[in-house]
Design a protein. Sequence first.
Length: 272
Amino acid sequence: MNTEVLTEKARHIRGDIVKMLYTAQSGHPGGSLSCVEILLSLYYRVANVDAQNPKMENRDRIVLSKGHACPALYAVLADKGYFPRSDLWRLRQIDSHLQGHPDNTKTPGVDVNTGSLGQGMSVAMGIAIAARHQKAQYRVFTIIGDGETQEGLIWEAAMAAAHYKLDNFTVILDYNGLQIDGSNDEVMGIRDIVKKFEAFGFECYKVDGHDVDAITEVLQKPVVGRPKFVCCLTAKGRGVSFMEDKFGWHGKAPAEIEYLDAMKELGIDIND
């Protein structure tokens, strides 16, 4: 899928995220909006997945370790055809299959339940080890958040992935610099995260996290004998000016006027 089409798709995915959160009056806009291009690059260009056969044995596994950003994942899965787009407007409802964090027992296309930060990357690393033992050809991609790298589970998984030379395992960091209580530097500085993963034994890259071509290029680079780490530099709340780079939008649903302003800015017809 060419860049122009994916760029337009990103705009509509962001509109769906905003509408979901406004309708639910609950959820996490900031980190959902920041990882849109990462998910689009994976689902439309890189990963071997099939919406018509979501459980196929040789599919690549995609684990959203930063599970609170699931509105972005749900919007992309609906766009791919895993379930009807109309399901999105039931986000976080008691009778909905779209939970506040991903649930693979309810939602087609979700490979791993995630929520408590750090666990998703650890499970993804375990799946990569399982693939190695089974001599399976599928790859495992996990998307983590920068605040999430303050969790010890991240570094235990990183140490194990390098030790077992898991070249079927890719960690993608959505590095927007903010978390629920402020900036990473204010809460718990993570310093040079790329050098840290390099020290653990990963093949590392740093890219513009809103450039689908740059993301695609590094995700497709072959690596032998070591796991891959891709640091995607992003903006929290990307696409909605009053949310961008504001940590207060980590976990706050838009009010009606904010919803209308955001959709207007995104160029989305609310009646569509």
